[in-house]
Structures are given as structure tokens and as C-alpha cells.
Design a protein around this ligand. Structure first.
Ligand code: ZN
Ligand code: ZN
Length: 375
């Protein structure tokens, strides 16, 4: 069985012949891989900046944003059957009895760092033909979403962030009543997304559909299909090349929420300086090595205190975020079918995986396809 793999020690990329897996425990399922999306994490792994092979292997099978179909189920599996479409979660818990996060199925908040991640850290990923995994990590997807369900995993980033934002907003201004329908919780508030990659664009969809007046701020200038996408969902695009952060703040008014999806520290810090009263700033991008810059932490601290601001980072996602992402992909498809479909640049064979991962992204999300769903 072929598998798209990285050899971190020898710094080589290769499609290897990988042994086909077998079900060995009653709660396991055999997955036939359909689609695997590629993202910046794959680019880092294939540039040997990140990524660890599982114990006993000198290579790591990559791929973590998967849509799969159940091929076979173990004797104790109750909730799934062959033919079901599934998005598997990525992170697997650490084994420490004292890790309260992992012991409560929230390995996305793992304390020890000894978790594994499929396709990223000490566990093989999904860019292969078949994978065996446990029932409890599988998230069922309705068949009508099969063409776009590969977007579920990247969408979980925004869903986890927004679940925390809304929880906080129920306990501090604007004191949203928990009974307020999801589509109205952001009503009257301004949200700003930084970046027009898949995480940023999916984040903008979450914010618009929650009722926020949503702006997207990034480097690109029109004409650009990503800018068209921003406009088509009812958000406003502003280019960093035509408006400074000060001008942006004047245009928006009080910036209630910033959803950062670039991973550029200077840019994030600059925008943090214009965050509004009672504002929340969510960081999702992971910066690589970047040049040191001068900054004024005393001013930043003064502003954050005097304006009741919050800043938090978020990574990976738990069961609730996956459930929310599956529900929202469905809602987005009803509301903006063309925009959602245009998030997928194209489907390509595994042989093209490395080339697509390593070249600068031309489309929005490229998908490696291992086959069609069976009826
Ligand atoms: Zn990813
Ligand atoms: Zn843990």
C-alpha cells in the first residue's frame, strides 16, 4: 500500500510501500482514505522543521485533514458501520494518569505535551490507502457533505476559538444571553480576521454566520479570488497595502474581536494595538523564526488593562468543535455553496503530493485524493 512519507532523520520525501493495517482490537475500525487536505503544517513537516516518526519507524506517513469511509468494523463497534463517511480527529491522548485534559477526552488541552498527532507527531497520518483507528476518534459526516467534508478539520480551529469567545461573552460584556440563537450572538459587534488562508476564510464564515460585522485584513490586493470570496460571504476586505491599522480602526470603530490566522508576530502585535474596549484577541497562527522588533510593552500592558482586553491562543480541537464544524459546513453549504466549494482548489493524485505541499499555494486548499466514496 502506498503512503506519502517523510524521513525526518535523512531529510528525504518519498512515497513508500507501507504495510496494510489490520483490525486487532474489538473497538477498532478500518478506514478507506478518500480525501486528505494539505496545509502549512504539512509544508513545515516536508521542510523538516517539524514532524516525528512513530516508534520503530524511520518515516512518518503524513496527512491529518482527512475524509475517510468505514471499510470494516471491529466486533465491539456499535456506532459505526461500513460505508459511513468519517472525519477522524488528529490528536491522541497522552498516557499520564494525572493529565486532566487527556483523561477527559480533551487532549487538545494536554498538559504534558506527550500526546501524539496523526500525520504530525509520532503517529502515522492519512495520506495512504487504509488506516486502522479507534471508534472513539471518528466523527460521522452526513453523505451530502462528501465533497466538502475535507474542510471540517481546518474549520475546527475557528469552532474551538469561538466556543471560548462565546462562553466569555456570556460572562462579560456584551453579556450575551446563553439562549440567544447562534446566528445572532455576534449581532452589533465588529470582528476582524487577519489572513486569507483557509483558516482565516473559514473563520470569517463562522463570524459572519454568527452575526458579526466581519472585516478581513491581509496583504493581497484585488483582483484576487480570495478577496472575491470574502465579499461573496458578506464580509468586508481591507488590504494592508491600502490601509494602516489606524485607518482600519477608524473604518471599523470598536474592534470587539480579532481572529488571527497568519502566524506573523509583528502583524499581530500591530493589530493588538488597535483592539477595542473589552476586546478579545484570538491567536491561531504559529510563527516560525522571525526578526526581533522594537515594541513598547508598557503601552501594550496599559492599554490591555485599561480596556479590559483579553488575548488567548488556541490549538487543535476537541469533540465539541468537531461537532460544530460538521454542523457549520452544512450551514455554510446552504448559504454560500459556491464560496465553500471554491475553498477547494482541486483534487490531485498522491504522486503530486510533495510538489503541491512545497510550492507556494496557488489555490486555496489542495486535496490529495485516494479514491471515491462507495455508494
Ligand atoms: Zn492542517
Ligand atoms: Zn495529556
Amino acid at each position: 500500500m502506498k503512503a506519502v512519507s517523510v524521513f525526518p532523520e535523512t531529510k528525504t520525501l518519498k512515497i513508500v510501500e507501507h504495510a496494510a493495517p489490520r483490525i486487532t482490537q474489538p473497538d477498532q475500525v478500518m478506514l478507506r482514505i478518500l480525501d486528505v487536505g494539505i496545509c502549512g503544517t504539512d509544508r513545515e513537516i516536508c521542510s523538516f522543521e517539524y514532524g516525528t516518526a512513530p516508534e520503530g519507524y524511520d518515516y512518518l506517513v503524513i496527512g491529518h485533514e482527512a475524509l475517510v469511509q468505514i471499510e470494516e468494523v471491529g466486533s465491539a463497534v456499535e456506532s459505526l458501520q461500513p460505508g459511513d463517511l468519517i472525519v477522524p480527529t488528529v490528536r491522541r491522548p497522552c498516557l499520564h494518569p494525572g493529565c486532566r485534559a487527556c483523561r477527559s477526552e480533551h487532549q487538545d488541552f494536554c498538559y504534558t505535551g506527550d500526546f501524539t498527532e496523526r500525520g504530525i507527531k509520532q503517529a502515522h497520518g492519512f495520506m495512504t490507502e487504509f488506516v486502522v483507528d479507534h471508534e472513539r476518534y471518528m466523527r460521522l459526516v452526513p453523505p451530502n457533505l462528501k465533497d466538502v467534508a475535507v474542510l471540517v478539520e481546518p474549520l475546527t480551529i475557528a469552532e474551538k476559538a469561538m466556543a471560548q469567545v462565546f462562553w466569555l461573552m456570556q460572562h462579560r460584556p456584551p453579556w450575551i444571553d446563553p439562549e440567544t440563537p447562534g446566528s445572532e450572538r455576534g449581532y452589533g459587534l465588529n470582528a476582524l480576521v487577519l489572513g486569507v488562508g483557509p483558516v482565516g476564510l473559514l473563520g470569517a464564515m463562522v463570524l459572519v454566520s454568527a452575526g458579526f460585522k466581519t472585516y478581513v485584513y491581509s496583504r493581497e490586493l484585488p483582483p484576487n479570488p480570495r478577496i472575491d470570496l470574502v465579499s461573496s460571504i458578506g464580509a468586508t476586505y481591507v488590504s494592508t497595502q491600502t490601509a494602516s491599522v489606524g485607518q482600519l480602526r477608524d473604518q471599523i470603530g470598536n474592534i470587539d474581536l480579532v481572529y488571527e490566522a497568519v502566524g506573523h508576530s509583528h502583524f499581530a502585535l500591530e493589530v493588538l494595538g488597535v483592539l477595542g474596549i473589552n476586546g478579545m484577541f484570538v491567536l491561531t497562527g504559529v510563527p516560525g523564526l522571525q526578526a526581533f522588533i522594537e515594541s513598547d510593552p508598557a503601552r501594550l500592558m496599559r492599554e490591555m488593562v485599561l480596556k479590559n482586553q483579553m488575548l488567548f491562543g488556541t490549538v487543535n480541537a476537541g469533540p465539541e468543535a468537531f461537532a460544530a464544524a460538521i454542523r457549520d459546513v452544512d450551514i455554510f453549504m446552504q448559504r454560500w455553496p459556491d464560496a465553500v466549494q471554491s475553498l477547494i482548489a482541486g483534487r490531485y493524485p498522491p504522486e503530486q503530493a510533495f510538489e503541491l505541499i512545497l510550492r507556494r499555494p496557488t489555490g486555496i486548499k489542495s486535496v490529495i485524493s485516494f479514491g471515491e466514496a462507495r455508494p
